[in-house]
Ligand binder design. Structure first.
Ligand SMILES: C=C(O[C@H]1C=CC=C(C(=O)O)[C@@H]1O)C(=O)O
Length: 355
């Protein structure tokens, strides 16, 4: 199918208030779309049906779903346009900044009492759109970040979401799985060598250890790579790849997803304490930011689920951009604030033609 036709079908679906998702895998120039035929609300408890799943951060074993058998499935080639990435100034609201820094200081106090060693704190910021359209959104989203998993999701119950995420939650192919530990952030400055400080190295190791620990119950063989630098748009992260096989063929996409989500890259360690702290203290609802999403094939024998990072929700002429960062005992609140300001650039570049 032709790209323009696919996007105009999606735009028509959006106008009719019908659910759809359009996505592209990292390094792929193919777009895949599921356009739901009915208005029915589909949810799934077990990840064993073919379709596209969209789950919130506060996942309680039920997610939104667009089933393959209730949708028109379309694909097309996408020829990316040249997008110039130039930083967009983000105003620093003093009250918002003070509130955030106060929360970061409160979080650091928790580590001094040794109740946890990492908690991911986040916020959202609103941007006014002058001239929004699905066509412009798709063009810049799919062009700007070819190495990310890019998606636009709409459901009348969730609203319109899109993102370009660098983090895989889990990929499954029969009995094999892949996941990653992603932590540590610095701006991409196009330098030959990249230096990572102790805070980032320790935080990343903590994420790797915690993921391996949560996988012990459901997987039998684990191969863990060395940490390496991963570029995500104008940011760099430290990433470790973890691969293995599911235990005796008994573990499923559902059990491995439940074991991993929410990862310490978006929640913290210990997981239960960090999640409760976030829900009690962050002061806003993350909704689907730091949830997970992705297509499920062959009744869960094959799937690519991603963590919903570098994302935004668009409501009318307002874009809500969600950003966060891992806080540890060594965190400097001012630097963490700057990191969230930088992380906004990923979605701001997508909004550029509409601001
Ligand atoms: C929580 C976010 O990023 C996570 C993923 C990679 C690196 C992170 C960090 O360095 O703090 C975060 O854990 C976000 O982008 O909103």
């Amino acid at each position: 199918m032709d790209y323009k036709l696919l996007i105009s079908k999606i735009s028509g679906h959006y106008k009719k208030d019908l659910p759809f998702v359009v996505f592209s895998f990292p390094e792929s120039n193919r777009l895949v779309a599921f356009l739901q035929k009915s208005e029915q609300l589909h949810t799934v408890d077990n990840l064993t049906e073919n379709g596209f799943v969209f789950a919130p951060f506060d996942y309680k074993n039920s997610s939104f779903f667009i089933p393959e058998n209730d949708s028109e499935n379309l694909e097309c080639e996408f020829i990316k346009s040249d997008i110039e990435i130039t930083p967009i100034a983000v105003s620093s609201d003093i009250e918002e900044k003070n509130r955030y820094i106060k929360l970061l200081n409160k979080t650091i106090e928790v580590f001094k009492r040794q109740n946890a060693n990492k908690i991911v704190i986040s916020r959202k910021k609103d941007f006014l759109l002058k001239d929004f359209s699905i066509e412009k959104l798709a063009e810049s989203l799919f062009s700007a970040y070819p190495t990310a998993f890019r998606y636009i999701w709409y459901h009348p119950k969730t609203g319109l979401w899109c993102g370009a995420t660098p983090e895989t939650l889990v990929q499954i192919e029969n009995n094999s799985f892949k996941t990653m530990a992603l932590a540590g952030t610095q701006p991409f400055l196009n330098k030959a060598s990249v230096f990572w400080g102790l805070k980032e190295l320790e935080e990343q190791q903590l994420v790797t250890d915690s993921i391996i620990d949560s996988l012990q119950r459901v997987t039998s063989v684990l191969k863990v790579s060395n940490p390496h630098t991963h570029q995500a748009g104008s940011l760099l992260h430290l990433r470790t790849d973890i691969t293995g096989v599911l235990k005796n063929g008994k573990a499923t996409l559902t059990t491995i997803t439940t074991a991993l989500h929410p990862t310490p890259a978006v929640c913290g360690s210990p997981k239960k304490f960090a999640k409760e702290f976030i829900l009690e203290n962050e002061g806003y609802n993350r909704e689907f930011y730091t949830g997970f999403l992705g297509p499920i094939f062959e009744n869960g024998q094959s799937a690519s689920l991603m963590v919903n990072l570098r994302c935004m929700k668009i409501e009318g002429d307002i874009a809500h951009i969600f950003v966060g960062g891992g806080i540890t005992l060594g965190s400097q609140p001012q630097e963490e604030w700057n990191e969230t300001q930088n992380k906004m650039q990923t979605m701001l570049q997508v909004l550029k033609p509409m601001l």
